[in-house]
Design a binder for this molecule. Structure first.
Ligand code: AMP
Length: 276
């Protein structure tokens, strides 16, 4: 890699946890458009999972991931052992401040610290790069942008739109957990976003009414962690009587059975128009 860099090659980096699907591969293609050398990491990061989360059962298939990345013409796959990133005695953590006070933060204590810490390590390994992230993990993108800015990291963050199945379901490695009937229920996340998007396009600007439109679609989920309209930069939820901000994020996290799913949309910026 250093020889290629010496020859002026720009590096694009796509961090993943593997079990790669077309959403990941779309990020890889984006990376290829942004740089001449593409690095992808596959690492199920233990520090971003809570004690009652799915670290042990998270889908892993490194051979299949390698084959997919090779077919995409990826230059380098990093699949470090946990001890390489977390050697005996390591203790440094990167804390992201206010951004983990909202949305997934309070529900997944330590999650974004784990994400920021592993990304800081991976960025150190990869060096100066364009790092490509999916908008599906919207809060993660905000956290990474903040960290890169605050720690003066030589990383340019590039954000890719959410890649969906034909029926609107956001692609996720966790979709593999869903039984067919659960998969139907899972569609309520994208349907809720689509209804809010449509109402907003039709001119609705009342936060309480947009919220009610969202909530009306989510009754079939086994539980809803949050379904909110929030400021798209600070992630602070909007009060029902507040004016709709310049950029408003609509974000949902909920459970279908044991599977936790997330989805989001920025009003006026993303579209679910045309999705069923
Ligand atoms: P993960 O393997 O879930 O950690 O995801 C690795 C990267 O792929 C993250 O930047 C995710 O936001 C991105 N990603 C995952 N699913 C999608 C999707 N459906 N559309 C776009 N990006 C995605």
């Amino acid at each position: 890699m250093s020889a290629a860099r010496a020859n002026g090659a720009k590096v694009a980096f796509v961090p993943t946890m593997g079990a790669l699907h077309d959403g990941h591969l779309s990020l890889v293609r984006r990376a290829k458009r942004e740089a001449s050398l593409v690095v992808v990491s596959v690492f199920v990061n233990p520090t971003q999972f809570g004690p009652n989360e799915d670290f042990a059962r998270y889908p892993r298939d490194l051979a299949a991931d390698h084959a997919k990345l090779e077919a995409e013409g990826v230059d380098l796959v990093l699949a470090p052992a946990a001890e390489a990133l977390y050697p005996e005695g390591e203790s440094t953590r990167v804390s992201v401040g206010m951004l983990d006070q909202h949305l997934c933060g309070p529900l997944r204590p330590g999650h974004f610290e784990g994400v920021a810490t592993v990304l800081a390590k991976l960025f150190s390994v990869v060096g100066p790069c364009v790092a490509v992230f999916g908008k599906k993990d919207y809060q993660q993108v905000q956290v990474v942008r903040r960290m890169v800015r605050d720690l003066l990291m030589p990383v340019q963050v590039s954000v890719h739109p959410i890649v969906r199945e034909a029926d609107g379901l956001a692609m996720s490695s966790r979709n593999a957990y869903l039984e067919p009937a659960q998969r139907v229920v899972a569609l309520s996340l994208s349907r809720g976003l689509r209804r809010v998007d449509a109402a907003h396009r039709a001119g609705e600007r009342n936060v309480a009414r947009l919220q009610a439109t969202l909530d009306a679609e989510l009754g079939g989920l086994d539980s809803v962690d949050y379904a909110v309209l929030a400021d798209a930069d600070s992630l602070v939820p909007l009060q029902p009587d507040a004016a709709l901000g310049e950029r408003t994020l609509v974000a949902i996290a909920g459970h279908v059975g044991r599977t936790r799913l997330i989805d989001n949309l920025v009003l006026g910026e993303d579209s679910l128009e045309g999705a069923p």
